[in-house]
Each structure stands twice: as structure tokens, then as C-alpha cells.
Design a protein around this ligand. Sequence first.
Ligand code: 5GP
Ligand code: MN
Length: 339
Amino acid sequence: MKNINLIYPELQTAQKIVITMHQKPDGDAMGSTLGLYHFLIQFGHEVNVISPTNWADFLKWMPGCTTVLDYEKDVKKSDVLIENADWIFCLDFNTLSRTKNMESALLKTKATRILIDHHQQPQTEVFGFGVSDTTKSSTAEMVYDFIMNSGFEDKINNEVAQCLYAGVMTDTGSFRFPSTSADVHSMISNLKTKGLNHSMIHEALYDNFSENRLRFIGNTLLNRMEVIYEYNTALIYITQDDLIKYNIKTGDTEGLVNYPLSIEGIKLAAIFIDRGEERKCSFRSKGNFDVNTFARTYFNGGGHFNAAGGQSYDPLEMVVSTFKQVIKNYKNELSTYQF
Ligand code: 5GP
Ligand code: MN
């Protein structure tokens, strides 16, 4: 994988470009891809954003979101775009398997694959160019750096700014995680100087949910959460019946895993959601417990040091009991709590 700066000389030559992200895109995946989209279309490129799967309703306010293709709904059209592209930007994921059913089309194409990502252990051999930096708060911050280093800062219009702000804000837990560097605050300061209305974005993302989602959270915290004080650990499990009963859609469960971490002393939080075709797992930690390695070792996943995910094809009860078993291997690390 060569340095992404090497593509700058070709930035002004019109090209066919596809931008994609990880399946079930979150705020950073959608914000970084659409931010890059609004930057690139200003050069006259033909740009298409393709998501491997559907996405949450709370992302739909983002400028350009209605033009995003859902690969699972539009396989033929997407395959043609991927096949005929000159460049394919791959944002906010480290391995092509994170694009689920799109993986084979991405491997087959003769297009140059370009990575912009902040996850650990990227599959560098499949990318022609790219930048991977695990110290970065978000992929949106990296897209901002890419634009600033290109010499085209003047192309950061309101659409670019809104999308990138949403990406950085969601991936930093509203600027509270340790990854929120001075550079992040400088970036936001610059976007504000350019006229960004940040409170509108917080409202669009966090004050726009359905009543049933709030009742679902109430039920989950009351009836589906277990606290294991011996290991400073808390877990939540969600059954398929819960998802049906409260009409829970993609994205409605996002952020739930953070609730148990707000309990004093809790160092590791986990959520297991029975999505039918798989059991989705999410892990969050405070301090020095590495959930990236934990998710890789036991749950087919990965991510970052303090936030990682994975999946399992075992029944929900088995996944929960596996989790309760394997945390025993970390008794020393978990039972002492240090800030
Ligand atoms: P979440 O728990 O919110 O789905 O994901 C937390 C972090 O871990 C995100 O950065 C996400 O991209 C990453 N992640 C989630 N699931 C997986 C997975 O199955 N494999 C890898 N490598 N990373 C994941
Ligand atoms: Mn991210």
C-alpha cells in the first residue's frame, strides 16, 4: 500500500469513483464517506457511494444520504459501478470482509482500492494506496486531513463540514474519548469558522428517535442487564423477541453498550444481540482493558483498544455463557480498577 499523497496529482482528472464503508455503517462510516463524496464531486468526478448493507434512520439527515446505494438491495447496479470504477475508496474498515457480501466484487475489480481507516491490523496488501492511522479519532478526521493536505481546503463547503463533524463527533462519544486530540479540536474550530451549525447535528442525531426505542432501552436496562461485580463487568443481551416486540430497526441498538460503563467501577461492557442470521457482539472498556484483542480472540471480530465488535453463530445463550467463561481468563486485569 503506497502513501495516499501519491494520488493528489490525479485528483483533478475526472474519474469514475466508488466510495464504500463497513457494513451497517455508523456515524463515522457514513459521515466520512459522504464528506469525501461532497469534496470529490467538486472536481467533476462521477462519484457513487455504496453501503454494503442498510443503515440507521438517524443518519438519513446527512446531505447526500438519499443517493447512497444499498448493495444488498441494488446488487446488479452496484456490481457494474464497482467493476467500471477507476478508484474505489474504502473508508472506516480494515479488512474487505467487513463489507460482507460486497467482498468478492471488491476483490474482482481492476479498480485501484484506496484505504482511509483508523482500525488496527489493516489488510494493506489489497490496497494500492492508503492511509491507516490507529491514533486518529475517526475516519472523518482522516478525510479532513486528506482534504487539507491536498491544497483544496477551499472545497470544504457546508455539506463536507456537516458530514465530517458528524463522523468525528459520533466516533469520539461527543469529544470525550482519549482519541479526542488537540488536532480534533483544531479541526472543529476550523469547521466552526467556516460556518458549521453543530447543534443542529447533535439534535438530528440524538433527539430524533421513536418512543418505542426509549421504552425498549428501559426494558433492556431493567430486564436484560447483568452486572458481574467480581470482574467489574456488565453485559446486556437482546433476544429476537425483544427486537420484534419493540419494532427495533438497524441503528436503534447503537450506543446501548455504553450504559453499563456508566456504573461506578465497571471496566468491561458487552452487548449480544440476536439478529437472527448472527449474534452481533459489541465490547467497550475503560482504561487498560484491550477489547480489540478480546474480540479477535473469542468473537471473530476486532476494532479499537476500548471499542470493538464481533459476531457469533452460536445460540444467544451459548454466546453469553462463553463470554462469562472467557472473562475468567482476565481476572487480574478486570478485578483491579484503575483510571
Ligand atoms: P460496534 O461495536 O459499534 O459495532 O463496533 C465498535 C468498533 O469495532 C468499530 O470501530 C467497528 O468498526 C469495529 N468492529 C465492529 N465489529 C467488528 C468486526 O466484526 N470485526 C472488526 N475487525 N471490527 C469490528
Ligand atoms: Mn470509525
